[in-house]
Design a binder for this molecule. Structure first.
Ligand code: NAP
Ligand code: ZN
Length: 334
């Protein structure tokens, strides 16, 4: 039976119905009946070909949860009926320096789920089981789906940079990634500040676990926070006054990018030299980190706050996401 999906047929287009036959099941593959798929801002970057890697028709969707209905001959980690998730990455060489260090996200042969194969805005998917993850029983599918990309993307740098009790962490952008970052940073014991362009998000930031709130449109609030943070995680797909943001780092503080601002980031080197501050980036998270993050989320009762949309209304979800109106992750229900 054909897979029924929603696809973009050219850069920037709205999505429309698209049916296609599934690929033959390989030895490591599983086939899922998809129940839920989050809508990540990276899906919008892909639809619009912002990263120059898209080809059409493009079926977006890489925050997938579903039930295994078929499996290949080599699949021993899962049984039919298991509830599993699939995120941004669907393949790597599993042999190189980076794969051997549990950093498959840095493998030169890594492949993204909804670029190298049709993604999760569909009723079914066939994908490599070695990049599928059992969803802990305690997590509902709708709250778990956005953890597979957005969740691990913010959990991974917080852990990698050893953020915990005694650290002051700021999260720029309270959207899909940002609202999960606030929950993770709080659960790790950090003192959390949200830096948001939306003044009306203060109450919700606090309910998610933020201790302080800065509205980025109010420059005096930014200036008051100069030399304050050990770590600033930028999730906004937007340009900020990055010199101002770097000045808010303490000595040895780090500004870490996970969101993609549309323009190059330019900062006077003196701002990094004085105070020995640094700027870095972080790319999703490894398979090991995804498993750890799912366990941590289940233990701490964390997950996405979601707005549900039927698959047929995917364009409404995308429109709402583009206008920064989703609280806080749109999730498609199949
Ligand atoms: P999202 O749900 O749209 O949230 C982004 C938030 O950024 C918005 O809620 C808004 O928060 C802020 N923002 C948006 N437009 C802005 C503007 N013009 N000016 C100032 N702030 C703005 O997006 P998301 O799904 O969280 O994704 C965020 C970014 O992370 C995207 O660029 C995505 O591609 C990227 N990403 C990267 C990775 C990785 O591996 N590095 C993985 C997943 C996603 P406020 O209203 O609070 O300002
Ligand atoms: Zn994503």
């Amino acid at each position: 039976m054909d897979i029924k999906a929603q696809a973009a047929f050219e850069g920037g287009s709205i999505l429309s119905e698209f049916s296609f036959p599934p690929r033959a099941l390989g030895p490591w593959d599983v086939e899922l009946n998809i129940t839920h798929c989050g809508v990540c801002h990276s899906d919008i970057h892909l639809i619009d070909n912002d990263m120059g890697m898209s080809s059409y028709p493009l079926v977006p969707g890489h925050e997938i949860v579903g039930e295994i209905i078929h499996k290949g001959s080599e699949v021993v980690d899962f049984v039919l009926g298991d509830r599993v998730g699939i995120g941004w990455q669907c393949s790597a060489c599993l042999q190189c320096e980076w794969c051997n260090k549990d950093e498959e996200q840095n493998c030169a042969k890594k492949l993204p789920t909804c670029v190298s194969q049709p993604g999760g805005f569909a009723d079914r998917i066939i994908s490599d089981s070695r990049f599928a993850f059992k969803i802990p029983e305690k997590l509902s599918s709708e709250r778990a789906a956005p953890l597979l990309c957005g969740g691990v993307t913010v959990y991974s740098p917080l852990k990698y940079h050893n953020m915990g009790a005694g650290n002051k962490v700021a999260i720029i952008g309270l959207g899909g990634l940002g609202h999960m970052a606030v929950q993770f940073a709080n659960a790790l014991g950090c003192e959390v500040t949200v830096i948001s362009s939306s003044s009306d998000k203060e109450k919700e930031a606090s309910s998610l676990g933020a201790h302080h709130f800065i509205c980025s449109k109010n420059k005096s609030e930014l200036i008051n926070a100069v030399n304050s943070f050990d770590f600033i995680l930028s999730t906004a797909p937007a340009d900020y006054d990055w010199s101002m943001i770097v000045s808010m780092l303490k000595t040895h503080g780090k500004l870490c990018f996970v969101g993609f601002p549309p323009h190059a980031v330019s900062i006077p080197s003196v701002m990094l030299i004085r105070g020995e501050r640094s700027i870095c980036g972080s790319n999703i998270g490894s398979r090991k980190t995804i498993r750890e993050m799912l366990k941590f989320a289940a233990e701490n009762d964390l997950g996405a706050r979601v707005e549900l949309f039927p698959l047929a209304q995917v364009n409404d979800a995308i429109q709402k996401l583009k206008s920064n109106k989703v609280h806080y992750r749109a999730v498609l229900v199949m």
